[in-house]
Design a protein around this ligand. Sequence first.
Ligand code: IPE
Ligand code: IPE
Ligand code: MG
Length: 238
Amino acid sequence: MIENGCLPSHIAIIMDGNGRWARQQGFARFRGHKQGAESVREITRECSKKQIKQLTLYAFSQENWRRPQREINLLMGLLKNYLVNERKEIKENNIRLTAIGRIYGLPEDVQRELTISIEESKNNTGMVLCLALNYGGRSEIVDAAKNIAESVKLGKITTEEITEEIFKKYLYTCDMADPDLLIRTGGEMRVSNFLLWEISYTELWVTPVCWPDFKKVHLEEAIYDYAHRERRFGGLRA
Ligand code: IPE
Ligand code: IPE
Ligand code: MG
């Protein structure tokens, strides 16, 4: 049993291992992505039930454009279907959908469905579900730097006024708290350009379980592990 105060408010997940899962089952990679969408449904529902405040899912990185066009098309199709099919569930669970990344770089039909889902759920007061799409942590920082430079040029702020707090306001994640817990499935020990600024003091939890196999029990294992960690933020034990 975990007391509410020990629950992470914001969980971020690098949903990796879809391709490997498919290979292990003797399927094409796409079957792994399709099955991965089922895990998205289950984990979103569970986090919402547990009253986690925010769930951020790394769904497509900027670097994922390096994949074969066929896989990219299939992923975009899956994303579009997900957005359309999940509207009802999002509404019923009072979830507010948001997105981070260079959204304008996504196919237009995906952007359209995304805008509808965001708009329809904007007044929901439950968990925030944030999808990282065409997202890159370095690009996010570069985009912030460009916008700050623009603000300085326009005389809205001075160079001396730039602090970490001000910088944060220019990130895609300006209105979100930093993640408390970052889960990576598929076993790789890397962050793959995800939320570089935001995870400076996030607790990391990596599991070899591939994303399509990641279920409620694994989520609970990660949360349990998190609840027993001591976060010091550079200070000393309380
Ligand atoms: C994660 O699974 C999904 C995306 C990156 C879109 P992968 O497709 O990277 O699966 P592996 O890592 O090849 O097993
Ligand atoms: C990270 O997985 C990106 C997403 C889960 C969307 P990748 O499979 O793209 O990461 P690398 O290539 O193993 O670092
Ligand atoms: Mg991968």
